[in-house]
Design a protein around this ligand. Structure first.
Ligand code: AMP
Length: 449
């Protein structure tokens, strides 16, 4: 199966070829013809499956077909997303895939000034990507005209409901023409999602590419038991020992994300935090630096990290386990994308044993708990220090080795290289080693069922 078999226009095939994709992913194979044919779609698909191209490509094609609709371009496709980051990513995809077409895409989200968005919307666009709250504000100020919307997409609908957007979504839907195409993408199916789907969709094509709670085969998972207050030291050890270049770390709270970021910086590891309290500019900057390799560790809360498309992320760390087991699946879904192998490491303190078991139950497999490597306690400078807190020294009594090794007595003395969990190389997941062409081929098959 190739993209040209899906009935896409040459302009889109060219843009897809520019991206280096050699074949469509399973969700694209199913969704593209259905959306081109005007059908409603209910898709169970998480980030990493290629879902964005699954709806963006056919929408671009449909919109390009009836270009001449008046002089002022009110949006004809509306994509709602839970987070600013996802909105920006979807909009960027629409621009990338539509680069040989004359369609305009614009994104709006909260956390930034509304006035530039008002003026930009005045100059018109074909595809509008928005987070619900800001879109509603714009609509109420009559800056967004939603009366021409022909296609509505709810992307990551489950997360939008989790974030309490249901009322905003309902209000937005009331502003849309009754006759329109509706596409709903959701990684999980709760009763709320089913209810929403029933109200919204007409005779939808149901697509399921990642069965609910499917384990992500490409990701090598492991856990270490460690006391809560020692987690940061173990993390520093893992990053340094493994020479990790890019690691996404999940904490439960915004405050925890800030604190850990400072602690990592204190240990000489370039780190940045990304969470809802940060300004949009700070979040974009942090993400950008992380993507460009200027920051080694990106510390994120669940919600902020949702939908982040970071290419071929090698490492994810659950600094704290999520309370909701399904979130574990989303988190580790950040790694091993587009053919690259990834590793997911969970740091499990004694009070988190139950959470680990819940996750294993949902995954229907156990996560190997490896002997905790020997690590050193490296104190960072006091957090109040405004600068100069980098690399501020090992604790003088130093070289105190830690490790709650299960069945593996922590070595005394130097907690340095080479003594830890050995065999990193032997644990490399299959399918790594990127080739020039990005493929959803054989090695990924397990992920895209
Ligand atoms: P998504 O699930 O939409 O977030 O996409 C995940 C990643 O897969 C993105 O980086 C896309 O650029 C990439 N991608 C989408 N479709 C394909 C394809 N057919 N072949 C290879 N990579 C793809």
């Amino acid at each position: 199966m190739s993209f040209s078999d899906l009935g896409l226009l040459p302009e889109l095939l060219r843009a897809v070829a520019d991206k280096g994709y050699d074949s469509p992913s399973p969700i694209q194979i199913q969704a593209i013809p259905a959306v081109l044919g005007g059908r409603d779609v209910l898709a169970g698909a998480q980030t990493g499956t290629g879902k964005t191209a699954g709806f963006v490509l056919p929408i671009l094609q449909r919109l390009s077909a009836d270009q001449a609709n008046g002089t002022l371009r009110a949006p004809r496709a509306l994509v709602l997303t839970p987070t600013r980051e996802l909105a920006a990513q979807v909009a960027q995809s629409a621009r990338d895939y539509g680069k040989y077409m004359q369609l305009r895409t614009y994104q709006v989200f909260g956390g930034v000034s509304i006035n530039p968005q008002i003026s930009a919307l005045r100059s018109g666009c074909d595809i509008l990507v928005a987070t619900p709250g800001r879109l509603l504000d714009l609509a109420q100020q009559r800056a967004a005209d939603l009366s021409k919307v022909q296609v509505l997409v709810l992307d990551e609908a489950d997360r939008m409901l989790d974030m309490g957007f249901i009322n905003d979504i309902r209000k937005i839907i009331k502003l849309l023409p009754q006759k329109r195409q509706n596409l709903l993408f959701s990684a999980t199916y709760s009763d709320d999602i089913r209810g929403l789907a029933e109200r919204l969709l007409h005779d939808p094509l149901s697509i399921q590419v990642a069965p609910r709670n499917a384990p992500i085969e490409l990701v090598e998972q492991r856990a270490y038991r460690v006391q809560k207050e020692q987690k940061r030291h173990l993390l520093v050890h893992l990053i340094q020992e493994g020479q990790w270049r890019q690691v996404l770390i999940f904490t439960r709270t915004k405050h925890g994300a800030n604190r850990l970021t400072q602690q990592l910086e204190g240990a000489g590891i370039q780190a940045a935090a990304i969470h809802g309290n940060k300004s949009q500019a700070a979040r974009v900057k942090a993400l950008d630096m992380f993507k460009r390799g200027q920051v080694t560790a990106l510390v994120a809360t669940e919600v902020a990290a949702r939908g982040l498309d970071i290419k071929e992320l090698p490492q994810v760390v659950n600094y704290e386990l999520p309370n909701v087991p399904e979130d574990y699946v989303h988190r580790i879904g950040r790694t091993g994308r587009a053919g690259a192998a990834g590793e997911a490491v969970s740091l499990v303190s004694s009070d988190e044993g139950g959470l680990l078991r819940d996750i294993e139950r949902v995954l229907r497999r156990s996560i190997p708990v490896l002997p905790t490597p020997v690590f050193k306690i490296v104190e960072s400078a006091p957090q109040s220090a405004s600068n100069g807190n980098r690399g501020s020294g090992d604790r003088p009594q130093g070289d105190r080795a830690h490790g709650e090794a299960r069945g593996n007595r922590p070595a005394q003395g130097q907690g340095r290289q080479g003594q830890n969990h050995g065999g990193r190389d032997s644990r490399r997941a299959p399918g790594g080693g990127g080739s020039g062409t990005r493929s959803f081929g054989q090695q990924q098959r397990g992920r895209f069922r």
